[in-house]
Design a protein around this ligand. Structure first.
Ligand code: NAP
Ligand code: SF4
Length: 674
């Protein structure tokens, strides 16, 4: 008897049956734009092999003006159809089903010549859109239908029409972006005509036996977004227009409320899908921050939805469904919703991958094979770099011994998981523990590796991590000065007024740790209150009239940096704004361009700029050092002096800008070659 009877139940759509209730949601990977369609095909085929019920591709433009950026992949020509056929054939050969998302970005298209309902520029794009005239609207609608038909010719099992997240169809739906006074604007009936026509024409183009998903925005998270009556009206009209399934989306990209970041509670918006489900006759899909089979099962069992969409979890682990079905859920590499290697890459024009799974989108080039000659390998340090290297090497058949000085596995991941909003790191550490045990790594905790202990191994991997940098400020050894490790690991007492030296990722983390009380991430109602989210049946767009209502901060905190740039500028592209917003809600004072003159028992003497102007005492009880890190190379140096050639990875290799993404990638790639 499976633990996941609802998740693994087939879904009969009449003309076809999906083998289970799991949809791999659309993600733009930038793979298609590289033109290597074998690589695109292998990315999707691996997920099909992993047992997912239905895959939806990244958004494909129906025309040049609708692409998310100039040159974005689409389905315009016979050559495009042939390229996509490589993908669909490979997915079908693995027993999978795949639908192509048709995405017209409208005013979110990052290029000149983008189009929209009205000429209302998006705050997240420098390009003002051209307002479509009647002929332009007809062309856009026909292009949806043409793209759907081309997808059918290319062998897809269906299409998903993207109607949420603030893209073109959404732009027609709400007054925020639709200021028209003709038959496509004004009343809601007029504003929803574009959405309905896109579905009607697409259905007419593909016939009845073809999956047509419409992704509807359940909550725009904009003051002038749709209200719930409008959402229901649209959902019913879309069903009548011929949609097979309703997928759901939350929030426009320009909304300043997070919807998928790690600090958003799991399944934070599934209550909305549950409200919709009884109102339409076609299956409804729930999405956003769902990353385990247990949660998927719970949502299906409690009637929140007919299917569950997960996107990033399929980057983290292509075998998500098969592992769950085989009773091996603990082996599923968890998506921690960090965005670091997926969305941050996509928005920086880089190829998507995954922090926990560097093979994602690299399936054709990173394939650790069984080792021809098993070796004995010592790995020193059980942080992300060492763990990844140890597991990969052991999986290849090597005899691996992992030395860890502390009593636990995880390294700096154990610091990250102390931070409110970073609870997902718990799952990652648990997964590493499971995989270390299953892969047969011999683990020696509480064991300081020495050159003597390491003698005789065929290969030595040094993953000893980093040591905190001491900034060299006069008075920094005083009793009122502590390091981030003292605060996060040793929980030393911290006063009510605190100065944090260093505003990198760790400075931000420590500021959240010191100001946020109970984590809103584990309490959906508390999180909604914190960010000002309410039921769109009560207030248009789901925006609470009073705005965010965060709890009072636990302490008064100053976050300091010497650089004159905006603090947090170098945090993740898609998540930095969330960390800044949280600190603003907690009234943290972020000061840039400061000099640290000296520390006394009364606090920290600061001055400004190159001329050290306006020296002033910041009267604080505690000063926390978060001034970056240096490689911990002492063991590597000893081994090298003895003539050995250890492999040095992770922070022990390069500490600057070290994060788990680089550490894991380096660990896996090294171990794949030994
Ligand atoms: P970091 O990002 O390099 O930041 C170090 C901070 O210390 C900077 O604000 C720097 O600013 C300051 N600093 C450097 N040298 C200093 C000195 N001699 N005296 C005083 N201040 C000094 O390092 P981190 O915060 O330790 O983070 C380490 C890595 O973990 C980073 O790559 C970070 O992105 C990653 N991380 C990521 C996250 C995340 O959410 N993704 C969270 C935590 C950590 P000034 O030089 O301008 O003063
Ligand atoms: Fe999930 Fe982070 Fe991997 Fe993206 S990079 S798929 S958010 S774990």
């Amino acid at each position: 008897m499976t633990r996941y009877p609802h998740m693994l139940a087939p879904l009969d759509l009449g003309f076809t049956t999906l083998k289970n209730r799991v949809l791999m949601g659309s993600m733009h990977t930038n793979l298609e734009e590289r033109g290597d369609w074998n690589r695109v095909a292998e990315f999707y085929a691996e997920r099909a092999r992993g047992g997912v019920g239905l895959i939806v591709t990244g958004g494909m433009a129906p025309n040049n003006e609708g692409g998310v950026f100039p040159g974005a992949a689409g389905l315009f020509s016979d050559q495009d159809i042939a390229n996509h056929r490589v993908v669909t054939d490979r997915v079908h050969a693995e027993g999978g089903k795949i639908a192509m998302q048709v995405l017209n970005a409208g005013r979110y298209a990052y290029g000149p010549g983008c189009v929209s309902a009205s000429a209302v520029k998006s705050p997240i794009s420098p390009f003002p859109p051209v307002e479509l005239d009647e002929a332009g609207i007809q062309k856009q609608l026909d292009d949806y239908a043409t793209a759907a038909r081309r997808a059918q010719i290319a062998g897809y099992d269906g299409v998903e029409i993207m109607g949420s997240e603030g893209y073109l169809i959404n732009q027609f739906l709400v007054e925020h972006t639709n200021r028209r006074e003709d038959s496509w604007g004004g009343s809601y009936e007029n504003r929803m005509r574009f959405a309905i026509e896109s579905v009607k024409r697409s259905r007419a183009a593909v016939g009845s036996d073809f999956i047509l998903i419409f992704r509807i925005s359940l909550m725009d998270l904009l003051p002038k977004g749709s209200d719930w009556d409008e959402v229901l009206q649209l959902a019913r009209a879309i069903e009548a227009a011929g949609a097979t399934i309703l997928n759901t989306g939350i929030g426009w990209h320009e909304a300043r409320i997070p919807t998928i970041a790690t600090s958003v509670p799991r399944a934070a918006f599934s209550w909305l899908t549950q409200k919709l489900k009884g109102e339409v006759g076609i299956p409804v899909i729930t999405s956003n921050r769902i990353n385990t089979p247990d949660l998927a099962e719970e949502l299906l069992a409690d009637g929140s939805a007919d299917m569950v969409s997960m996107a990033r979890p399929f980057l983290a682990d292509a075998d998500f469904v098969n592992k769950a079905a085989a009773g091996r859920a603990a082996e599923i590499a968890p998506c921690i919703a960090c965005n670091q290697a997926c969305l941050d890459h996509t928005f920086n024009g880089k190829l998507t991958s995954c922090l926990v799974n560097p093979r994602a989108c690299h399936e054709t080039e990173l394939n650790p094979e069984p080792a021809a000659t098993p070796k004995s390998i010592a790995v020193v340090g059980a942080g992300p770099a060492g763990l990844s290297a140890a597991i990969t090497a052991a999986t290849r058949g090597h005899q691996v011994t992992l030395f860890e000085r502390s009593p636990e596995l995880g390294g700096q991941l154990n610091l990250a998981r102390q931070i409110p909003g970073k609870e997902e790191f718990n799952g990652l550490v648990d997964w590493y523990k499971t995989m270390v045990a299953l892969s047969g790594v011999r683990t020696l905790l509480n064991t300081e590796a020495t050159p003597e202990l390491l003698a005789g191994y065929d290969e030595i991997i040094i993953a000893t991590g980093v040591t905190p940098r001491t900034p060299g400020i006069e008075g920094e050894t005083g009793a009122n000065v502590v390091s981030y490790i003292d605060v996060l690991r040793h929980r030393v007492p911290v006063g009510k007024r605190v100065a944090i030296i260093g505003a990198g990722g760790i400075g931000f983390d420590v500021a959240e740790f010191l100001t946020v009380g109970d984590s809103p991430t584990v309490n959906i109602e508390a999180w909604k209150q914190e960010w000002g989210v309410t039921d769109p049946a009560l207030h248009r767009g789901g925006i609470a009239p009073g705005g965010p209502a965060p709890d009072a901060p636990l302490r008064e905190v100053w976050l300091l940096q010497r650089k004159a740039e905006k603090p947090g500028k170098r945090l993740g592209k898609t998540t930095g704004w969330i960390h800044r917003a949280i600190l603003q809600m907690k009234q943290v004072k972020m000061l840039a361009g400061v000099n640290y003159e000296y520390i006394t028992r009364d606090g920290l003497m600061l001055s400004r700029g190159a001329a050290h102007e306006d020296p002033e005492l910041l009267a604080v009880d505690t000063i926390v050092l978060c001034a970056g890190q240096l490689p911990e190379r002492s063991l590597a140096d000893q081994l090298e002096s003895a003539g050995l050639k250890p492999h040095v990875i992770g922070g022990a290799d390069v500490a600057a800008e070290l994060d788990a993404k680089r550490a894991i990638d380096q660990g896996v790639r090294l171990a794949a070659t030994l």
